[in-house]
Design a protein around this ligand. Structure first.
Ligand code: TMP
Length: 221
């Protein structure tokens, strides 16, 4: 069908981000949602931050280098530099091509980690956001919420505990958790908090309910 030069409305994808502290189980849930969306006949692209495009992956390895010491503003600049490239070269083109893009973390992680966690001024973070992304925002953000000690225990079960963020102390993780909850409170239309210290299937089912209700889909269970 010809849409008279306008974008084909059937071809604009949705952008869903997953956020939360380390060890909340984002990867498993992203994989499950991605499969369900594909079964529903949608094109799906799964990505992550920091990273998601070649240049942003280079910045990721700088950010997560255990020997690197960045001050919070440099760190936020690097995250937004990576994000700007990820958005321009991967997210925006995928959305235009009709893909549903699922991202393991996005800008709320900078608000939570560099803002609430490391104390960087939130106005500065919002300025960087505007420079990197303008008024672009996720269609839906799922925040997986887990008590700090449970999240930390899950991280310790994993083999690789090497990156610098995962090694930070429990008070940092508590600030993060409260930060994510505050972000969700401020933007209830975009964000949904899902309690993640439940069995995996319960969490999946709540995520599917939310995607169905907010984005108008029926997913196979
Ligand atoms: P990952 O372990 O989820 O791949 O993320 C890597 C770490 O980077 C994680 O501990 C959170 C942190 N991070 C930030 O501090 N700020 C950000 O903007 C993003 C995207 C991640």
């Amino acid at each position: 069908m010809f849409y008279g030069g306008l974008p084909n409305p059937m071809q604009s994808g949705k952008f869903i981000t997953f956020e939360g502290g380390d060890g909340a189980g984002k990867s498993t849930q992203i994989e499950r949602l991605s499969l369900a969306l594909e079964e529903a006949g949608l094109l799906v692209s799964v990505t992550r931050e920091p990273g998601g495009s070649p240049a942003a992956e280079t910045i990721r390895s700088m950010l997560l280098d255990p020997d690197a010491i960045w001050d919070p503003s440099t760190e936020a600049l690097l995250h937004f530099a990576a994000r700007a490239d990820h958005y321009t070269t991967r997210i925006a083109p995928s959305l235009r091509n009709g893909h549903w893009v699922l991202s393991d973390r996005f800008a709320d992680s900078t608000r939570a980690y560099q803002g609430y966690g490391l104390g960087l001024d939130m106005t500065a973070i919002e300025t960087l956001y505007e420079i990197a992304l303008g008024d672009f925002a996720p269609d839906l953000t799922i925040i997986l919420d887990i008590p700090v000690e449970k999240g930390v225990a899950r991280i310790l079960e994993r083999a690789e505990v090497s990156d610098r963020y995962e090694k930070m102390d429990p008070t940092f993780h508590e600030r993060l958790r409260q930060g994510f909850l505050e972000i969700a409170n401020k933007e209830p239309d975009r964000c949904k908090v899902i309690y993640a210290d439940n069995d995996i299937d319960t969490v999946t089912s709540e995520i599917f309910d939310c995607v169905e209700n907010r984005l108008g889909l029926i997913l196979q269970r």
